[in-house]
Design a protein around this ligand. Structure first.
Ligand SMILES: Nc1ncnc2c1ncn2[C@@H]1O[C@H](COP(=O)(O)OP(=O)(O)OP(=O)(O)O)[C@@H](O)[C@H]1O
Length: 334
């Protein structure tokens, strides 16, 4: 499997969406998990549901994969209504959930053969499909080993292979790289990109990694408290923000409260957030703003470790639409 992941080129498709959600509402007692969520996914693309923990991503996936019913709203997957034709939806989809669905005491090949048989594949067909997937995910050598001896990355690849065994049209990946090391994550990204570009598979993934959504998704929605607060390609979303992001890393002994106050008092710096020792804000012209930022901090005797100017990232998009930083939202919901 290739190790370098590049963002998938945006493809234009016409006709029916592969997935559509209209005004989905779901409550659990007092908790509103989804408060009217809507989006549409074009066939053969990677679509990202990005949001902090508790935003409603898993609830959305559960409804789209027929495991849960919305209180109101409608959804279709591969042309079938999830409430009216759940069997048709189940036949058309592969689902890889957060926990592994593999049997740790069985070998990789046995797991794949079982998954294939559960989907109605038989005899030589299921064996050929298992071998094909083992080869594609770089697991052929490990195919005869029991899964409990696999690394986290190998187990995750096997999970995805099992989700693909019956050649679904739509693959749902719930947090596909949580817990993986950087190399295994890059491998997974490359494989997801390949599945969509070369095999025309529609992939919906949920993630709370901003970088993952940025790298992989042709289009994405940012979900916050059960609603869509922004939608577009990562480029569209980022270029919708004016100016540059300025990121200030404070020295270990810096007084955070004093630093935050000094920076917030600066005119022209907007959407300022302080996360630990990192202060982030946006300005119209990053390069010309840096001297003023440094001077303001120096006046207050705040030591600075580094200042970086960058194009706005999805972090900044999230802040713009929700009024709080992604990291802060994750901490609140943790
Ligand atoms: N079965 C349930 N019973 C009660 N509350 C639930 C249930 N499932 C989800 N919730 C609540 O609904 C909200 C949305 O949860 P959901 O799991 O969909 O979020 P998420 O974005 O997928 O987050 P995570 O990444 O942590 O799974 C949260 O406040 C959660 O606590």
């Amino acid at each position: 499997m290739a190790v370098s992941a590049g963002r998938v080129a945006t493809r234009r498709t016409t006709g029916e969406p592969a997935i559509s959600a209209e005004n989905l509402v779901k409550t659990y007692g007092e908790v509103t998990a989804l408060a009217g969520l809507s989006f549409a996914v074009a066939p053969g693309t990677v679509f990202g549901l990005l949001g902090p923990n508790g935003a409603g991503k898993s609830t959305t996936i559960r409804i789209l994969t027929t495991l849960s019913r919305p209180d109101s709203g409608t959804a279709t997957v591969a042309g079938a209504d999830v409430l009216a034709r759940p069997d048709a939806v189940r036949r058309a989809i592969g689902v890889v959930t957060q926990g592994s669905g593999t049997d740790p005491q069985a070998t990789g090949r046995e797991n794949l053969l079982l998954a294939g048989r559960l989907h109605g594949l038989r005899g030589d067909e299921v064996k050929a499909r298992a071998d094909e997937l083992l080869d594609r995910f770089g697991l052929t050598e490990a195919a005869g080993r029991v899964v409990r001896t696999y690394s986290g990355g190998m187990q995750r690849k096997l999970d995805v292979a099992m989700g693909l065994v019956h050649r679904p049209a739509v693959l749902f990946l719930d947090e596909p790289t949580t817990g993986l090391d950087p190399q295994a994550r890059a491998d997974m990204w490359a494989e997801i990109a390949r599945l969509s570009t070369q095999e025309q598979l529609t992939v919906m993934l949920t993630t709370h990694y901003l970088e993952e959504a940025d790298q992989l998704a042709d289009r994405l929605v940012i979900v916050d408290r059960g609603t869509v607060v922004a939608e577009g390609s990562p480029e569209e979303l980022k270029s919708g923000l004016r100016g540059d992001a300025v990121v200030i890393e404070l020295a270990p002994d810096a007084d955070l409260a004093v630093a935050g106050g000094a920076v917030e008092a600066l005119t022209g710096l907007r959407d300022v957030t302080v996360d630990g020792r990192t202060i982030r804000g946006r300005v119209d012209h990053g390069a010309s703003a840096v001297p003023a930022v440094l001077a303001a901090l120096e006046r207050e005797s705040v030591a600075v470790a580094a200042v970086t100017i960058a194009r706005p990232a999805l972090d900044d998009v999230y802040l713009r639409h929700t009024g709080r930083s992604f990291a802060a939202a994750e901490r609140v919901s943790a």
